[in-house]
Design a protein around this ligand. Structure first.
Ligand SMILES: [Zn+2]
Length: 259
């Protein structure tokens, strides 16, 4: 996934992640709307951002999970923010047209990845649950109603939550999220740049790091971008910052708590 870094955000977080907040962009359903919204977040004078923007054919990352996006005051510190193309005034039929279905599938993929990585249950929180600090999926509208620090009502009353949540459950293979505590596969060899290092063990590490919320491509090649992720991860975990996936770094990817 591409990262088009948003201009306005906080580096880091002051609270653990507990919410996935769904928004719409109030922008037309077009093939390049995610890119357009990301460009807007990168350049705007308005203090606004989100973690990712989705349209019918792509997701563009704008803020890293470990940083705080400015999308829904009250739900920023502990939220992951997903922007969808379209308008809060859309009917259910409009959300479920061909464009909408393609976009919901992509959105579900991202929500499922977040659900796994941060152990967020696949359920829409009631406002009472949201207020009580529950973990789950919510809307900007509910954040506005509960925390009263913004007046946005996206993604609107007709947003097809049932369809999105079912797609997320399908992505997760029925495990409902939050249960990916698998043992680390056996470590075979150090993974390091240059990209002569490729293969299934690279792919397994990339997939695991993605589950943890890191932005990298699962392609089985250990690239410079993977090395950057590895170094940042090692720094976060207090491991020697070598950029090489040694045995400790490998095991940690499966066993360390997600912070
Ligand atoms: Zn919003």
């Amino acid at each position: 996934m591409r990262l088009v870094q948003a201009r306005w955000y906080h580096h880091g977080r002051i609270a653990p992640i507990r919410l996935i907040v769904i928004h719409d962009m109030e922008m037309p359903e077009k093939p390049d709307t995610a890119e357009a919204c990301a460009r807007m977040f990168a350049t705007t004078g308005r203090e606004a951002s989100a973690h990712a923007c989705v349209d019918s054919n792509s997701i563009v990352r704008c803020v890293r999970d470990q940083d705080t996006a400015w999308a829904a005051p009250g739900g920023n510190a502990d939220g992951l923010q997903l922007e969808m193309a379209g308008y809060a005034r859309q009917t259910r039929e409009e959300w479920l047209d061909a464009y909408g279905k393609a976009m919901l599938g992509r959105a579900a993929h991202q929500v499922a990845a977040w659900s796994r990585a941060y152990k967020i249950p696949v359920r829409k929180l009631t406002r009472a649950e949201l207020r009580a600090g529950g973990r789950g999926i919510t809307s900007h509208a509910d954040i506005s109603a509960v925390y009263r620090r913004s007046d946005h009502t996206d993604p609107g009353n007709a947003f097809p939550w049932d369809v999105l949540l079912q797609l997320v459950r399908d992505e997760l293979g029925g495990d409902g999220g939050g249960s990916d505590d698998v043992d680390a596969p056996a470590w075979k060899r150090p993974l390091s740049w240059p990209p002569t290092t490729k293969g299934d063990d690279v792919r397994a590490w990339q997939r695991q790091m993605r589950k943890r919320g890191w932005d990298l491509v699962v392609d089985g090649w250990y690239s410079g971008a993977d090395e950057d992720v590895c170094r940042a991860y090692q720094k976060e975990k207090g491991l020697p910052e070598t950029g090489v996936v040694d045995e400790r770094t490998w095991r940690s990817a499966w066993t360390a708590p997600i912070t």
